[in-house]
Write a protein that binds this ligand. Structure first.
Ligand SMILES: *Cc1c(COP(=O)(O)O)cnc(C)c1O
Length: 389
């Protein structure tokens, strides 16, 4: 057994991706152009979306999604605190206030039953998160949003390749089932373009708005002017941004997308193995996959026994060559949010942040490596396993 350190995660980047980047570089067109267009088409086909627009990150995707919904200063957007801070930040970029609701501690996702009491006359939208790749309960959320006339943005940063059962069929997360879905291609996610993001939507007018806003509000993209037979002057009807994806990134993304089904299959296999082998550990809570959900297991998060200190467990594992991360943060405890949130506590979110640890999981991980993680974890929490059958 090798004692090389086991990383938390590792992107699957090989010759195919290097070759694709080379192709884009040598084509002479390196920013948003034909590779981006092709990646958008292939991505839309994969998730089953009518429209997909590539951008520079999931953070910028979320910002554009909220701008399309015309979220303004003074507005409130319902979301979770128990998420990566970019979710909440995107609401702040619009000058609006995130209103944090609690999570269901079994799935670490938004507790839909807590939404109605958080609504006010200023509520304009719901920004839900498919946390760590686990689909949130859209089947309960969407009717409630509709009843209250609220659009739904799905933060799918971690959820590419996850599925949800929809009227008896399995469908890809980000189709979207809500109004707009936002994806990330950061290396911590399931496929990567270095950095990058994608926005899917059912509405062509929003898709057009994303395309305008991601490129400075420019009425005619440079790719069109480049091939035009007549001189074209562009206009800038809106205040835009530079949120473009490059063609080098998109070329890599197209290769990553081809690998995605295989990556998800492998991640699900390893997650099932964790679930089976850790099941006999007393007082350890394992993540729950509802019957209507298929996670891509972007992160595999375990809740420690009450008596264990998170930092100590992580340090012991690091000393034994196994890297971990603390569970998902709670945004309301970070400085930009403390005052606005009024110092209120969200006990379920805080407890999840403080008592969970994310274990290594990546497609290249061998079963021997995973067994080492399991044994190091078991020792670090001072427990022993009954032999799994
Ligand atoms: C990673 C992440 C983001 C941000 O994605 P970037 O592409 O890095 O901007 C947003 N939301 C969630 C839930 C994330 O995990």
């Amino acid at each position: 057994m090798s004692d090389a350190p086991i990383p938390l995660t590792k992107p699957v980047l090989e010759e195919r991706e290097a070759e694709a980047a080379r192709r884009a570089i040598l084509s002479g067109w390196v920013t948003q152009g034909p590779e981006v267009l092709a990646f958008e088409k292939e991505f839309a086909a994969f998730v089953g979306a009518p429209h997909a627009c590539a951008v520079s990150s999931c953070t910028t995707a979320l910002h554009l999604a909220l701008l399309a919904l015309e979220i303004k200063p003074g507005d409130e957007v319902i979301t979770v605190s128990h998420t990566y801070i970019a979710t909440a930040n995107s609401i702040r970029y619009c000058g609006a206030t995130p209103v944090f609701v609690e999570i269901d501690p079994a799935t670490y996702n938004l507790d839909v039953t807590k939404i109605e009491s958080a609504l006010t006359p200023k509520t304009r939208a719901i920004l839900c998160v498919h946390q760590m790749g686990m689909p949130c309960d859209l089947r309960a959320l969407l009717p409630l949003a509709k009843k209250n006339g609220l659009p739904v943005v799905e933060d799918c940063a971690c959820a590419i390749g996850s599925q949800i059962k929809w009227e008896n069929d399995w469908e890809q997360i980000g189709k979207p089932h809500g109004d707009i879905a936002c994806f990330s291609f950061h290396p911590r996610k399931v496929i990567t373009t270095g950095d990058g993001g994608m926005i899917t939507t059912t509405r062509v007018d929003w898709d057009q708005k994303f395309r305008l806003l991601r490129q400075h509000g420019m009425s005619v993209p440079d790719s069109i002017r480049h091939t035009a037979k007549q001189v074209i002057y562009e206009e800038y009807p809106l205040l835009g941004y530079n949120y473009r994806m490059t063609d080098i990134q998109a070329a890599i993304g197209r290769e990553q997308l081809k690998r995605l089904p295989e990556i998800v299959t492998r991640r699900r296999h390893l997650a099932e193995r964790y679930l089976r082998h850790l099941a006999s550990l007393p007082d350890v809570n394992l993540p729950l996959e509802p019957a209507w959900a298929r996670s891509n297991w972007q992160s595999f998060c375990v809740r420690l026994p009450e008596t264990c200190d998170q930092r100590q467990v992580m340090q012991k594992m690091l000393d034994a060559g196994v890297m971990t991360r603390r569970g998902i943060m709670s945004c309301h405890r970070e400085k930009p949010y403390v005052e606005r949130h009024g110092g209120k506590s969200l006990p379920l979110s805080e407890s999840a942040s403080d008592h969970t640890v994310i274990l290594p999981l990546y497609p290249q991980m061998t079963e021997a490596e995973q067994d080492r993680v399991i044994s190091v974890f078991t020792q670090a929490i001072g427990r022993s396993r009954n032999n799994p059958s």
